[in-house]
Design a binder for this molecule. Structure first.
Ligand SMILES: CC(C)(COP(=O)(O)OP(=O)(O)OC[C@H]1O[C@@H](n2cnc3c(N)ncnc32)[C@H](O)[C@@H]1OP(=O)(O)O)[C@@H](O)C(=O)NCCC(=O)NCCS
Length: 176
């Protein structure tokens, strides 16, 4: 699709990313997440987390924003593995596309850029976790040749969700 640009985020984007994250997260998990998670994972909570992430000096971390004009239509983040189940692969930590802009290649493009960054950081593979029951995301990762590589329960504390792990042993396979 034409008109999409992808750029690195900076600290000034933190709250806008958080607001977008909350909106798409609620849309995605309305039938899956417990009410407590909906209450706790609000704009303020996410805002603090994104400010923290975007203030970090950790060069392995990347946060990307996809835009059409000045409208945010997607976000993605990647970095070093946060759970032992990811092994020594780089981790795709967040990937969210505006529901009004799905199936236009934005997710694929963001994932390619995140994978390219992980490759530059010398990770051979990539992995991520997706909540069991998030069937659309699972279909997306399967379409991009992700391999199911196990399951784990999120340590919480907000939502101890059951997750499926997807892995790509060659991160370069995600980079066109
Ligand atoms: C999952 C998500 C990132 C996909 O982004 P997207 O921009 O809609 O996906 P793309 O247009 O890049 O799709 C690439 C390919 O994946 C497959 N795919 C994507 N969405 C699919 C769906 N709902 N059903 C089946 N296949 C799908 C298709 O093969 C598609 O190619 P095609 O459109 O040429 O057939 C997006 O739907 C999203 O943000 N969902 C909500 C948040 C979420 O669940 N994030 C993941 C958390 S782990």
């Amino acid at each position: 699709m034409t008109g999409i640009s992808i750029r690195s985020a900076n600290i000034d984007d933190a709250q806008k990313i958080a607001d977008f994250h909350v909106r798409v997260w609620r849309h995605t998990y309305q039938d899956l997440a417990p009410a407590e998670a909906f209450a706790v994972l609000n704009e303020k909570y996410r805002g603090e987390k994104w400010k923290e992430k975007l203030s970090s000096n950790d060069a392995s971390q990347i946060v990307l924003i996809a835009e059409i004009g000045r409208r945010m239509v997607g976000i993605g983040a990647a970095g070093g593995p946060s759970e032992s189940i990811f092994g020594d692969r780089g981790e795709i930590k967040f990937l969210y596309v505006d529901p009004d802009f799905k199936r236009r290649g934005i997710g694929r493009q963001l994932l390619a850029r995140l994978a390219s960054h992980l490759r530059e950081m010398n990770y051979q593979g990539a992995a991520l976790s997706v909540v069991k029951g998030n069937d659309l995301a699972i279909a997306f990762y399967e379409a991009l040749n992700g391999r199911q590589a196990g399951e784990y329960i999120d340590p919480g504390p907000v939502w101890r969700s059951k997750n499926v792990v997807f892995a790509w042993d060659d991160v370069a396979s995600l980079v066109p």
